[in-house]
Design a protein around this ligand. Structure first.
Ligand SMILES: CC(C)(COP(=O)(O)OP(=O)(O)OC[C@H]1O[C@@H](n2cnc3c(N)ncnc32)[C@H](O)[C@@H]1OP(=O)(O)O)[C@@H](O)C(=O)NCCC(=O)NCCS
Length: 142
């Protein structure tokens, strides 16, 4: 598995992964090239690449960044892929890094807490379909 910057040819795979990941919002994939977006890929023996997961972030100001989205294909979960992508992405960010996560999304919360994100607040009714509060997490990056 390799982590590399997003390329335009990855967008259909990202769209599929989003469709299989109802825990997280499905952003229009055309917006990702404007973000800091990394993908995890597996190269097959025929040289073709399979996109296993992705994460996108933006540096809002020099002191503050946010993780916009993260998802791994269901067939590739629990192999350390999200952690590997996030660690590379965090190296590209400065200052405090924020993100929101559904209160029911135990897998993502455990992942972020394993990377030392801390809970700093709740956004009531932040999500729709289904309606749910968001937990706001923060990490002090390099
Ligand atoms: C959350 C998600 C990105 C995790 O991806 P992943 O590649 O499976 O995660 P990793 O294998 O890197 O897991 C790293 C750690 O996170 C935690 N974790 C991840 N999935 C977990 C699960 N299903 N249950 C419990 N802990 C979990 C564990 O601490 C894990 O470490 P361990 O395997 O050594 O115990 C993936 O489940 C996913 O795509 N979910 C749908 C989209 C989503 O929820 N995105 C986040 C929006 S905020």
């Amino acid at each position: 598995m390799t982590v590399r910057p997003l390329q335009a040819r990855d967008l259909p795979s990202i769209e599929s992964i989003q469709a299989l990941s109802p825990e997280t919002p499905a952003w229009p994939v055309e917006s990702y090239p404007q973000t800091l977006c990394l993908v995890a890929i597996e190269e097959r023996s025929d040289g073709e690449e399979t996109v296993l997961g992705f994460a996108a972030a933006r540096q809002i100001v020099p002191q503050e960044a946010e993780i916009l989205n993260l998802a791994v294909h269901p067939s590739a979960r629990r192999r350390g892929i999200a952690r590997a992508i996030l660690l590379e992405l965090l190296n590209m960010l400065q200052g405090e890094v924020f993100l929101e996560v559904r209160t029911s999304n135990r897998a993502a919360i455990l992942l972020y807490e394993s990377l030392h994100f801390a809970r700093v607040g709740i956004r009531t009714s932040y999500y729709s379909n289904p309606g749910e509060d968001a937990i706001v997490l923060r990490l002090q990056a390099c």
